[in-house]
Design a protein around this ligand. Sequence first.
Ligand SMILES: O=C(O)CCC(=O)C(=O)O
Length: 279
Amino acid sequence: MKRDKLSTRQVAQYNRDGYLILKGFLNPDEVEKLYQAGVEDSAINKHAFNVDDSSGKRSKLSLWYKPGDDVFGLLTRSQTMVEIVDQVLEGDAPVCHFHSKLMQKEPEVGGAWEWHQDYGYWYKNEFLYPGQMMSVMVAITEANKSNGCLQVIKGSHKMGRVEHGFSGEQVGASQRFVDLALQNLELEYVELEAGDILLFHSNVLHSSSANLSDRPRWSLISVYNRASNVGYSDSAPSPTSSVTPINVVPNEALLTWETANLKVESSDFLKKDDDVALK
Ligand SMILES: O=C(O)CCC(=O)C(=O)O
């Protein structure tokens, strides 16, 4: 599967806005394979837990650390994906995988996510360099305003980390800073088709509304880190994948390798009762 790396212009756009959408990154066969794995993978389903929002609606998520030989791991480790991440992360140490999660916001019950920066969670793991951490959201189903797509505040990564406190089962950014950001910067609803991806900086303020529609919103969110950015209080089992260089695989592995049918390894899933921040 031929995929392009980012142009100089796209890298500049990411640096300016703190995020970048790539349309049609995955083809329909790849999306279908991810969706089926989400439905059938017993390890994912066994380790899934709910995160409630303040109104009692809930998102179902499964989170694991080590990217394996299953379909999700092969996507996370695929060549162009890792090259793109390498283009936008600060620093030059090898690219590593902190964790991935399958986020399932089911029709009518899928919950909202408070305004936050991901680094609002991860600085608690004592990672020192937010510019060396980012997420890639892969749309497995369509995401739009009616099913609670992600909302981002353009350029908010340049504000640096803002204060976060607990908001129910989630961590939320200081409302005062969110209000000020919204007064000064542009809000974008990240509407995606299945197969599109969104790259976003760990300090971009983002949120999402509940899924009140009759359509699911599923996404895979993989978090990348540089080997130079040690999480001194990393919640992952040892040896921590967040500083272990990714074993890169060809783009076509996801569709052609036998191992893509393996279940996600069950040994390093996050359990909700682990004494760590949720992500
Ligand atoms: O997918 C969503 O609705 C929110 C996810 C999110 O905010 C996150 O993973 O940081």
